[in-house]
Ligand binder design. Structure first.
Ligand SMILES: *Cc1c(COP(=O)(O)O)cnc(C)c1O
Length: 371
């Protein structure tokens, strides 16, 4: 089946008892036992499993063409579950521009438990030089945040295979509509479902999708159900509902992003536009080869530095000044302010989550903000 069909049908079934076309929300935390003490429905207690979570995990697994998915209460909870599933002392290689929330999580919560190096994973020599006997996983994120750097997933997976390492790919920016990391050799995909899956800036969620079932995956399942950072039945319902329109939403986002990037590139006050869909992007060819579409996140830097960037971000009328991404509304932010004092993000950089408003209105808004 194609992705549009999967998105609509894989997470939904007509209710057997009421014939409701949309799967009902089951709020119950506990389920009645059979007379022999069993649970013939397959459900016993909602931290372990819930019908709406099962539906969500089914559609997530199919969207990424994985064996199974596990859903979480946030993207960071999904990432943390990977880290918690590793043996103490395991070494993680992660990108130097890893999503700052997960980079900070590793530094604040896993120092002394795991080892980690934040490096340029796109340089094969640097990557290989950092592989140690205790290295367990290579974490990648592509396109990256907020510099929209592209990691060649196949290349990293090739290196990882040689050394018997696992590759986890944060696919939040791309979504399965734009990129299929498992098909390129990654072992696991991570998502912040808060972003495009939710799509309306009104829920938090996270997901892991595994290429195959394994002891490692069982460990992650245990972290999920014993740790308990699970999404509520309501959030699972909303995610399944939103995912039905994911392919069409993402296509609209991508269409707008490409046009906005081209407009920005031609604007005299713009210094650089970072968008993998532009032929000026240093890794445009890799992006073209490994992505189905270029995504809808872009960053641009302004001539005149930080002052100038802040002036523009304060002059927008349709864009909202806010962090996060993936919602129907366009967002813009002065990224280094969001990332805090240890940021390496250029001070004149603005990050944009391109929404689904009409592109003419978005261009007009940035035009007036930069006038
Ligand atoms: C937002 C985000 C996360 C974290 O997800 P939350 O849902 O905010 O916990 C991880 N990775 C990327 C790329 C993100 O954009």
């Amino acid at each position: 089946m194609k992705i549009e069909t999967i998105a609509i049908h894989a997470g939904n079934h007509t209710d057997a008892s009421t014939k409701a076309v949309v799967q009902p929300i089951v709020m119950a935390t506990t389920f009645e036992r059979d007379e022999d003490g069993g649970f013939s429905s397959g459900y016993s207690y909602s931290r372990a499993a819930n019908p709406n979570r099962a539906a969500l995990e089914q559609v997530l697994a199919k969207l990424e063409n994985g064996a199974e998915a596990a859903s979480f209460s946030s993207g960071n909870a999904a990432g943390m579950s990977v880290f918690q599933s590793l043996d103490p002392g395991t070494h993680i290689i992660a990108p130097d521009d890893m999503y700052h929330g997960l980079r900070n999580q590793l530094k604040a919560l896993f120092a002394g438990i795991l080892e980690f190096d934040f490096i340029d994973v796109n340089d094969s020599d640097v990557l290989q030089a950092h592989i140690k006997p205790n290295t367990g996983i290579i974490w990648i994120e592509t396109p990256s945040n907020p510099l929209l750097k592209i990691t060649d997933i196949k290349k990293v997976a090739g290196i990882a295979n040689k050394h018997n390492l696992k590759v986890v790919c944060d696919n939040t920016f791309a979504t399965p509509v734009c990129q299929s990391p498992l098909a390129l050799g990654a072992d696991m995909v991570m998502h912040s479902a808060t972003k495009y899956f939710g799509g309306h800036s009104d829920l938090m969620g996270g997901a892991l999708i595994t290429a195959e079932k394994s002891d490692w995956w069982e460990k992650i399942r245990n972290v999920q159900t014993m740790g308990g950072a699970i999404p509520s039945p309501m959030d699972c319902y909303y995610l399944v509902r939103s995912i039905k329109t994911l392919p069409y939403r993402v296509r609209g986002h991508v269409h707008n992003a490409q046009l906005l990037a081209q407009f920005l590139e031609s604007h005299p006050r713009v210094d650089r536009v970072l968008y993998p869909g532009l032929s000026s992007h240093p890794q445009h060819e890799i992006a073209r080869a490994q992505m189905h579409a270029f995504g809808a996140m872009l960053s641009f830097t302004l001539k005149g530095g930080e002052e100038e960037a802040k002036k523009v971000v304060n002059a927008v009328k349709i864009f909202t000044r806010a962090t996060s991404l993936g919602g129907v509304e366009s967002l813009i932010e002065h990224r280094s302010s969001v990332e805090g004092p240890d940021t390496k993000t250029p001070l004149n950089l603005l990050r944009v989550s391109v929404g689904l408003e009409h592109i003419d209105d978005l261009i007009a808004d940035l035009k007036q903000a930069m006038a």
